[in-house]
Design a binder for this molecule. Sequence first.
Ligand code: AMP
Length: 220
Amino acid sequence: MSERVRLIVFGRQGAGKGTQCTRLAAHYGVPHISTGDMLRAAVRDGTAFGLKAKEYMDAGRLLPDDIMVGLVAERLAHHDAREGWLLDGFPRTTGQAEALVAVTGDESFSMAVNLDVPEEVVIERISSRRVCALDSSHIYSVSRPPKVPGVCDVCGGEVVQRADDTASAVRERLDLYQAETAPLIDWFESRGKLVTVDGNNDPDAVTAALVAAIDAHRAE
Ligand code: AMP
Protein backbone atom coordinates (compact mmCIF):
# COMPACT_ATOMS: atom_id res chain seq x y z
CA MET A 1 0.00 0.00 0.00
CA SER A 2 2.97 2.32 -0.34
CA GLU A 3 2.44 3.56 -3.86
CA ARG A 4 3.30 7.21 -3.66
CA VAL A 5 1.14 8.28 -0.77
CA ARG A 6 2.07 11.83 0.16
CA LEU A 7 0.27 12.70 3.36
CA ILE A 8 0.03 15.87 5.36
CA VAL A 9 -1.21 15.37 8.91
CA PHE A 10 -2.17 18.38 10.97
CA GLY A 11 -4.18 19.19 14.08
CA ARG A 12 -3.93 20.95 17.40
CA GLN A 13 -0.89 20.34 19.56
CA GLY A 14 -1.71 17.29 21.69
CA ALA A 15 -4.17 15.83 19.17
CA GLY A 16 -2.03 12.68 19.02
CA LYS A 17 -0.20 13.49 15.77
CA GLY A 18 3.13 12.08 16.97
CA THR A 19 1.72 8.66 17.87
CA GLN A 20 -0.58 8.40 14.87
CA CYS A 21 2.00 9.63 12.35
CA THR A 22 4.52 7.02 13.53
CA ARG A 23 1.89 4.32 12.97
CA LEU A 24 0.70 5.69 9.62
CA ALA A 25 4.23 6.02 8.26
CA ALA A 26 4.89 2.37 9.15
CA HIS A 27 1.57 1.28 7.67
CA TYR A 28 2.13 3.04 4.33
CA GLY A 29 5.90 2.43 4.24
CA VAL A 30 6.86 6.10 3.92
CA PRO A 31 9.26 8.28 5.96
CA HIS A 32 7.73 10.19 8.87
CA ILE A 33 8.97 13.74 8.44
CA SER A 34 8.26 15.75 11.58
CA THR A 35 9.46 19.34 11.46
CA GLY A 36 9.20 19.55 15.27
CA ASP A 37 11.49 16.50 15.60
CA MET A 38 13.93 17.95 13.03
CA LEU A 39 14.11 21.20 14.98
CA ARG A 40 14.51 19.41 18.32
CA ALA A 41 17.38 17.38 16.81
CA ALA A 42 19.08 20.63 15.73
CA VAL A 43 18.60 22.01 19.26
CA ARG A 44 20.17 18.84 20.75
CA ASP A 45 23.09 19.05 18.32
CA GLY A 46 23.69 22.61 19.48
CA THR A 47 24.11 24.02 15.98
CA ALA A 48 23.76 27.79 15.40
CA PHE A 49 20.48 27.02 13.63
CA GLY A 50 19.39 24.90 16.62
CA LEU A 51 20.07 27.72 19.06
CA LYS A 52 17.99 30.12 16.98
CA ALA A 53 15.18 27.56 16.61
CA LYS A 54 15.15 27.02 20.39
CA GLU A 55 14.30 30.66 21.00
CA TYR A 56 11.17 30.37 18.87
CA MET A 57 10.17 26.97 20.22
CA ASP A 58 10.56 27.84 23.90
CA ALA A 59 8.40 30.91 23.32
CA GLY A 60 5.76 28.80 21.53
CA ARG A 61 6.26 30.81 18.32
CA LEU A 62 6.49 29.61 14.71
CA LEU A 63 9.80 29.82 12.86
CA PRO A 64 9.72 32.00 9.73
CA ASP A 65 8.13 30.34 6.68
CA ASP A 66 11.21 30.68 4.44
CA ILE A 67 13.41 28.80 6.91
CA MET A 68 10.88 26.00 7.33
CA VAL A 69 10.25 25.68 3.60
CA GLY A 70 14.00 25.37 2.97
CA LEU A 71 14.32 22.70 5.66
CA VAL A 72 11.42 20.63 4.31
CA ALA A 73 12.40 21.00 0.63
CA GLU A 74 15.85 19.68 1.46
CA ARG A 75 14.39 16.74 3.39
CA LEU A 76 11.93 15.84 0.61
CA ALA A 77 14.84 15.65 -1.84
CA HIS A 78 16.31 12.68 0.07
CA HIS A 79 16.18 9.32 -1.66
CA ASP A 80 13.84 7.75 0.91
CA ALA A 81 11.13 10.33 0.14
CA ARG A 82 10.96 9.46 -3.56
CA GLU A 83 8.18 6.92 -3.14
CA GLY A 84 6.08 9.01 -0.79
CA TRP A 85 6.18 10.74 2.57
CA LEU A 86 4.21 11.79 5.59
CA LEU A 87 4.59 15.37 6.75
CA ASP A 88 3.83 16.01 10.43
CA GLY A 89 3.82 19.62 11.62
CA PHE A 90 4.24 21.15 8.16
CA PRO A 91 2.66 23.10 6.55
CA ARG A 92 1.48 25.15 9.49
CA THR A 93 0.50 28.31 7.59
CA THR A 94 -1.14 28.86 4.21
CA GLY A 95 2.16 30.45 3.12
CA GLN A 96 3.98 27.17 3.85
CA ALA A 97 1.26 25.21 2.00
CA GLU A 98 1.61 27.41 -1.10
CA ALA A 99 5.39 27.00 -0.96
CA LEU A 100 5.09 23.21 -0.61
CA VAL A 101 2.99 23.04 -3.75
CA ALA A 102 5.48 25.29 -5.55
CA VAL A 103 8.40 23.05 -4.50
CA THR A 104 6.76 19.69 -5.16
CA GLY A 105 4.73 20.64 -8.25
CA ASP A 106 2.95 17.67 -9.84
CA GLU A 107 4.34 15.49 -7.08
CA SER A 108 2.39 17.51 -4.56
CA PHE A 109 0.51 16.04 -1.61
CA SER A 110 -2.23 13.40 -1.93
CA MET A 111 -4.40 14.69 0.90
CA ALA A 112 -4.28 16.56 4.19
CA VAL A 113 -5.64 14.86 7.28
CA ASN A 114 -7.04 16.99 10.07
CA LEU A 115 -6.76 15.04 13.30
CA ASP A 116 -9.58 16.76 15.11
CA VAL A 117 -9.60 16.98 18.92
CA PRO A 118 -11.37 19.76 20.90
CA GLU A 119 -9.26 22.41 22.58
CA GLU A 120 -10.23 21.50 26.18
CA VAL A 121 -9.21 17.87 25.57
CA VAL A 122 -5.78 18.75 24.17
CA ILE A 123 -5.00 21.11 27.08
CA GLU A 124 -5.56 18.22 29.48
CA ARG A 125 -3.49 15.87 27.31
CA ILE A 126 -0.54 18.22 26.82
CA SER A 127 -0.14 19.11 30.47
CA SER A 128 0.21 15.41 31.34
CA ARG A 129 2.37 14.53 28.28
CA ARG A 130 5.93 13.24 28.77
CA VAL A 131 8.32 12.40 25.92
CA CYS A 132 11.68 10.71 25.43
CA ALA A 133 14.43 13.35 25.25
CA LEU A 134 16.19 11.34 22.51
CA ASP A 135 13.14 10.69 20.30
CA SER A 136 9.93 12.58 20.98
CA SER A 137 7.90 10.04 19.01
CA HIS A 138 8.31 7.85 22.11
CA ILE A 139 5.43 9.35 24.04
CA TYR A 140 4.17 8.76 27.59
CA SER A 141 1.87 10.53 30.02
CA VAL A 142 1.47 10.92 33.75
CA SER A 143 -1.16 8.16 33.64
CA ARG A 144 0.82 6.00 31.15
CA PRO A 145 4.44 6.26 32.40
CA PRO A 146 7.39 4.17 31.17
CA LYS A 147 7.98 0.85 32.97
CA VAL A 148 11.08 2.21 34.73
CA PRO A 149 10.30 5.74 35.99
CA GLY A 150 11.96 8.40 33.82
CA VAL A 151 13.53 5.90 31.36
CA CYS A 152 12.18 5.39 27.83
CA ASP A 153 10.89 1.81 27.25
CA VAL A 154 12.01 1.93 23.60
CA CYS A 155 15.51 3.40 23.66
CA GLY A 156 16.51 4.12 27.27
CA GLY A 157 16.47 7.91 26.78
CA GLU A 158 15.39 10.17 29.62
CA VAL A 159 11.62 10.75 29.77
CA VAL A 160 10.88 14.45 30.31
CA GLN A 161 8.27 17.16 29.91
CA ARG A 162 8.86 19.18 26.73
CA ALA A 163 9.92 22.77 27.50
CA ASP A 164 7.02 24.00 25.32
CA ASP A 165 4.43 21.84 27.12
CA THR A 166 4.19 24.22 30.10
CA ALA A 167 0.80 25.85 30.67
CA SER A 168 1.68 29.32 29.33
CA ALA A 169 3.48 28.00 26.24
CA VAL A 170 0.58 25.63 25.52
CA ARG A 171 -1.94 28.47 25.62
CA GLU A 172 0.22 30.49 23.25
CA ARG A 173 0.62 27.56 20.84
CA LEU A 174 -3.14 26.90 20.77
CA ASP A 175 -3.87 30.58 20.05
CA LEU A 176 -1.25 30.45 17.33
CA TYR A 177 -2.82 27.29 15.90
CA GLN A 178 -6.17 29.05 15.68
CA ALA A 179 -4.69 32.13 14.02
CA GLU A 180 -2.12 30.57 11.67
CA THR A 181 -2.94 26.89 11.09
CA ALA A 182 -6.76 26.63 11.33
CA PRO A 183 -7.11 28.65 8.06
CA LEU A 184 -5.48 25.65 6.33
CA ILE A 185 -8.74 23.72 6.86
CA ASP A 186 -10.50 25.91 4.26
CA TRP A 187 -7.37 25.99 2.09
CA PHE A 188 -7.25 22.17 1.84
CA GLU A 189 -11.04 21.85 1.60
CA SER A 190 -11.27 24.23 -1.37
CA ARG A 191 -8.74 22.01 -3.20
CA GLY A 192 -10.69 18.81 -2.46
CA LYS A 193 -7.82 17.49 -0.34
CA LEU A 194 -9.22 17.68 3.20
CA VAL A 195 -9.89 14.52 5.23
CA THR A 196 -11.14 15.06 8.79
CA VAL A 197 -10.85 12.32 11.39
CA ASP A 198 -12.11 12.45 14.98
CA GLY A 199 -9.02 12.07 17.17
CA ASN A 200 -10.91 12.08 20.48
CA ASN A 201 -10.91 8.33 20.95
CA ASP A 202 -8.51 5.61 22.08
CA PRO A 203 -5.34 5.47 19.97
CA ASP A 204 -6.09 2.15 18.22
CA ALA A 205 -9.58 3.28 17.21
CA VAL A 206 -8.13 6.55 15.86
CA THR A 207 -5.50 4.66 13.82
CA ALA A 208 -8.20 2.44 12.31
CA ALA A 209 -10.35 5.49 11.46
CA LEU A 210 -7.35 7.25 9.89
CA VAL A 211 -6.42 4.30 7.67
CA ALA A 212 -10.07 3.88 6.60
CA ALA A 213 -10.44 7.59 5.76
CA ILE A 214 -7.11 7.78 3.93
CA ASP A 215 -7.81 4.66 1.86
CA ALA A 216 -11.31 5.92 1.03
CA HIS A 217 -9.86 9.23 -0.19
CA ARG A 218 -7.18 7.42 -2.21
CA ALA A 219 -9.84 5.30 -3.90
CA GLU A 220 -11.80 8.39 -5.02
P1 AMP B 1 5.72 20.40 17.10
O1 AMP B 1 6.53 19.31 17.69
O2 AMP B 1 5.20 20.07 15.73
O3 AMP B 1 4.63 20.88 18.03
O4 AMP B 1 6.72 21.65 16.89
C1 AMP B 1 7.38 22.25 17.99
C2 AMP B 1 7.75 23.68 17.64
O5 AMP B 1 8.64 23.71 16.51
C3 AMP B 1 6.60 24.59 17.25
O6 AMP B 1 5.91 25.11 18.38
C4 AMP B 1 7.33 25.66 16.45
O7 AMP B 1 8.02 26.56 17.31
C5 AMP B 1 8.36 24.84 15.69
N1 AMP B 1 7.83 24.36 14.39
C6 AMP B 1 7.60 23.06 14.02
N2 AMP B 1 7.11 22.98 12.78
C7 AMP B 1 7.02 24.25 12.32
C8 AMP B 1 6.56 24.84 11.10
N3 AMP B 1 6.07 24.08 10.09
N4 AMP B 1 6.62 26.19 11.00
C9 AMP B 1 7.10 26.96 11.99
N5 AMP B 1 7.53 26.48 13.17
C10 AMP B 1 7.50 25.13 13.35
